[in-house]
Ligand binder design. Structure first.
Ligand code: SF4
Ligand code: SF4
Length: 369
């Protein structure tokens, strides 16, 4: 828990950094107002995250809102492959195709001005900074299974995953990448992705479209809704997302890591139960290291009764000496810096669609009155 002063300074800082660029963009007053409103929400969530010392609950509010706003906005304005189709899930699953054909699922729209390669570079830098924190703080798809996994207080069915099966995600991603490369078709997008709800079914053959629709319904129902509801785990993100599997590889070089103090840990296993993506097992507790699949969501830290789990910088807790003022010590803690970086990236990404979604929602409500 941080002092009120620190929490106010940090949340004000996050709000200011997010909102200032909006005043320099040529945009309508309504869009500016919606951006200010949304950035204020991010600032308030940052305040509670710090002042209450609970990361996961307030992060989840932000994260679930992102997913539903994204779906809401693009349900009415579907993404087009030749227009503004940016999709990080697609990028990872057709990476080889890009290397071979110079093709990437970013072909124009606002992203076009940066060029495909520079955007790809930016994406790699962000992946390096955040690692799989992307999957719990920024990804505007992940909030669906996270939201459903939080509906029930306790799991309807307690499910323990055998440790080796956690690697299924990597095997599945490799399979998708290789098949996409050999067929020159983005297989994941065409046959697996539940986010086709934001795009559409492009195949002209009606039989193929019906099979795709059936798969779409089954995969969406089971991996995004039913399983997360019943076992309280993020099943789509844990096993089917090729992007999540791809960036888990960065786990060992990502600077921000979750570490367990083995001296403090009482082996109560509450963190194993709580982790939504099966990233902790008994071996991790003994070694004090959490697996590469960790999303840095904060749930284990919030629940650990022994306060044995921390965010570290390359495995180390770095802090200012005790003779520095409390506010400065709190600001320059690894945990605070990590939260600030995640919220700034999440806020900046969501600023590109959340204000528009808010305006659309207001217009719909007004139109219905
Ligand atoms: S919740 Fe904390 S004390 Fe319990 S097993 Fe996990 S790290 Fe150890
Ligand atoms: S290990 Fe902890 S921080 Fe990492 S994903 Fe699991 S609950 Fe979240």
């Amino acid at each position: 828990m941080k002092s009120k002063t620190t929490s106010l300074i940090i949340s004000g800082f996050i709000f200011s950094i997010l909102v200032i660029p909006a005043f320099f963009l040529k945009q309508s007053i309504s869009l500016l107002f919606a951006t200010v409103l949304w950035d204020a929400v991010v600032g308030v969530l940052a305040y509670f995250m710090l002042a209450r010392g609970q990361i996961s609950k307030f992060r989840a509010i932000l994260f679930v809102l992102l997913a539903w706003a994204f779906l809401f906005l693009f349900k009415f304005k579907p993404l087009q492959f030749q227009d503004s189709s940016y999709c990080h899930i697609a990028i990872s699953s057709i990476l080889l195709n890009f290397v071979h054909n110079q093709y990437l699922a970013i072909t124009g729209g606002r992203w076009g001005i940066f060029g495909v390669l520079s955007l790809g570079f930016l994406w790699l830098v962000l992946t390096f900074i955040l690692g799989q924190a992307w999957c719990s703080w920024v990804c505007f798809y992940g909030g669906f299974d996270e939201g459903f996994s939080r509906v029930l207080k306790k799991p309807f069915l307690k499910f323990r995953l055998p440790a080796k099966l956690r690697d299924f995600s990597i095997a599945f991603a490799l399979f998708i990448i290789i098949i996409s490369f050999t067929t020159a078709i983005p297989i994941f997008c065409v046959w697996v992705c539940p986010l086709k709800a934001t795009t559409g079914f492009f195949d002209s053959d009606m039989l193929v479209r019906h099979v795709q629709l059936t798969l779409f319904i089954l995969i969406t129902a089971f991996s995004l809704v039913i399983l997360p509801l019943v076992i309280k785990k993020r099943t789509f993100c844990s096993f089917l997302c090729p992007f999540g599997a791809f960036i888990s590889v960065f786990g060992q070089i990502n600077p921000f890591r979750i570490s367990i103090d083995t001296q403090k840990c009482t082996q109560c296993k509450a963190c194993i139960e709580k982790c939504p993506v099966f990233a902790i097992n008994e071996t991790n507790l003994t070694r004090g290291l959490i697996s590469n699949y960790c999303n840095r969501c904060g749930a284990c830290m919030d629940i650990c009764p022994a306060e044995a789990i921390r965010i570290t910088f390359f495995g180390k807790e770095i802090s200012l000496p005790q003779n520095f003022p409390l506010v400065l010590r709190e600001i320059f803690e690894v945990r605070t810096i990590f939260i600030v970086i995640c919220l700034l990236i999440s806020g900046a990404v969501s600023n590109s669609f959340m204000p528009q979604a808010l305006i659309k929602l207001v217009k719909m409500i007004m139109g219905g009155l």
